[in-house]
Design a protein around this ligand. Structure first.
Ligand SMILES: O=P(O)(O)OC[C@H]1O[C@H](O)[C@H](O)[C@@H](O)[C@@H]1O
Length: 502
């Protein structure tokens, strides 16, 4: 076991069987004290299973592990992505806090690309284009898809936005159905410009458009985009110093900017910048991303909870769990430390979730009475963008009720009807869902992920685990197409079945 976890385990032992209900009842100030506010986000951690002393120990660990120093290193462009020998400068895309040459150069590149993106969008706005299709996958899809959906109340209405990610061509087919190629622009987003799915979908879209005039690209591999047939004037750059799943702040956010306008996009960047300044400059005891990360580590390593649920009580944030699955599970799904040695702690929890109240009618049963305790992040929005205050009151009442029910449980003489309670959750409340608050929310999770990775000694910015499957798929392609044999016997049997139906 990692030595830094020992004092935390000692805290858990000291707390013994303390329950959430007991913690709140015994410490009347806790409900308010265990909360933090950053700009448009209020966070309440009172329903996490740690008392003040345990929290103090966690904050002590944060200091001992020099987490504030690690945060500064991220902003300044240290080589935090060790296996690929790169910095991870997503903060340079939105805030001016990074010091030194590397961060300054990145900011300059980001600014120039941002201006070019604004020009491209202005040109499209002045054209007859009515629809824009974002073609990309993973980090080149999830962030833009989430943000365009979440900010639907902030859309300028100038364009309809569409997304094609899956190599399952039925997605492209269904998206294109009803679109007019003469009034549609395509933006092919791929950091590497080597992603099979995106290149195949890109080719489908290129053929469908029938002209390269409305074909744009975003890539760190400009040469490959040009070789694909995209006019160099319509290829917007990104860079190896920004990770795909951290890239929506860059030109990868083209579809977001097209949807909500450059002013809205700048508000989005501004919200993230606000969280950046807070993450970098606030003391450990008042630092929201740090508290979020420490809570995650406490739940994973000390309480041994294997999964984490994210429950947005806002239909516009329904894609947030899917977005976070990449951010959290690609970043933290590692079993070796940056030096290659095995980790001495459990790392990534399985992250899952869904929008409330719908999820209450599907998997909440398991949250309340299942054998695994699942810590949850509830995300609520105080002011809706609609006028149905009655519905909104019901939505918020349900959010509050679920967090309360999970924590407090309910005894019953009939064991079928008893709720054990003591199930932890954090409540995040956004004043309203705006570009600014969404930017701040995403940046909160980004920083939390980085801090968790730092505590575990792992690299949050590589994803070698996705390569093997891609390689095998490449090797199997001839066999799937009936031009060869698979080596693996199970795959061979499955191929026989597939071909038997051919
Ligand atoms: O943007 P691209 O280079 O096309 O990459 C798209 C995605 O594919 C990769 O396999 C990675 O797992 C993701 O982190 C990445 O975002």
């Amino acid at each position: 076991m990692a030595a830094w976890l020992e004092p935390l385990h000692a805290q858990a032992r000291r707390m013994g069987n303390a329950t959430l209900r007991g913690l709140v009842d015994d410490d009347p100030a806790r409900a308010g004290d265990f909360s933090l506010r950053v700009g448009p986000i209020h966070a309440n951690f009172a329903r996490q299973r740690m008392d003040r002393e345990a929290l103090g120990a966690l904050l002590g660990v944060a200091g001992d592990m020099a987490l504030p120093v690690a945060m500064r290193a991220l902003f300044d462009g240290a080589t935090v992505n060790v296996s690929e020998q790169r910095p991870a400068l997503h903060t340079a895309l939105r805030s001016g806090l990074g010091q030194g040459e590397i961060a300054t150069r990145a900011r300059g590149q980001a600014r120039a690309a941002h201006e070019r993106m604004a020009d491209s969008i202005a040109t499209l706005e002045a054209s007859e284009v009515t629809d824009i299709v974002n073609v990309g996958i993973g980090g080149s899809d999830l962030g833009p898809r989430l943000s365009v959906d979440a900010l639907k109340d902030w859309r300028t209405g100038r364009f309809r936005l569409h997304f094609v990610g899956n190599v399952d061509a039925s997605e492209a087919g269904h998206v294109l159905d009803g679109l007019d190629p003469r009034r549609t622009a395509v933006v092919l987003v791929s950091k590497s410009f080597g992603t099979q799915e995106t290149l195949l979908n890109g080719a489908i879209l290129r053929d469908w458009l029938g002209s390269g005039d409305r074909m744009h690209a975003v890539s760190a591999n400009v040469a490959a985009a040009v070789a694909f047939g995209i006019d160099p004037g319509r290829v917007l750059p990104m860079w190896d110093w920004v990770g795909g799943r951290y890239s929506l702040w860059s030109t990868v956010g083209f579809s977001i900017a097209a949807a909500i306008g450059m002013q809205g996009f700048d508000g989005f960047l501004g919200g993230a910048a606000e969280m950046d300044a807070h993450a970098l400059e606030s003391p450990v005891e008042a630092n929201l991303p740090l508290r979020h990360a420490l809570t995650a580590v406490w739940n994973r390593n000390i309480l041994g909870l294997p999964t984490q649920a994210v429950l947005p009580y806002d239909q516009r944030l329904a894609l947030f769990p899917a977005y976070l699955q990449q951010l959290v599970m690609e970043s933290l799904g590692k079993s070796v430390r940056t030096d290659g040695s095995p980790v001495a702690t459990a790392t990534v929890p399985v992250l899952w979730g869904g929008a409330g109240t719908n999820a209450q009618h599907s998997f909440f049963q398991a949250l309340h009475q299942g054998t695994d305790v699942v810590p949850a992040d509830f995300i609520g929005v105080v002011h809706p963008a609609h006028g149905h205050s009655g519905s909104h009151a019901v939505l918020l009442a349900n959010l509050l009720a679920q967090s309360e029910a999970l924590a407090n449980g309910c005894a019953d003489g009939d064991p079928q009807k008893a709720y054990p309670g003591n199930r932890p959750s954090t409540v995040l409340l956004l004043d309203a869902l705006t570009p600014r608050s969404l930017g701040a929310l995403i940046a909160l999770y980004e920083h939390s992920v980085y801090l968790q990775a730092t505590m575990w000694g792992i690299n949050a910015f590589d994803q070698w685990g996705v390569e093997l499957g891609k390689r095998i798929a490449g090797d199997l392609l001839p066999a799937v197409s009936g031009k060869g044999e698979a080596r693996d016997p199970v795959t061979r049997a499955l191929l026989a079945e597939i071909h038997g139906h051919g």
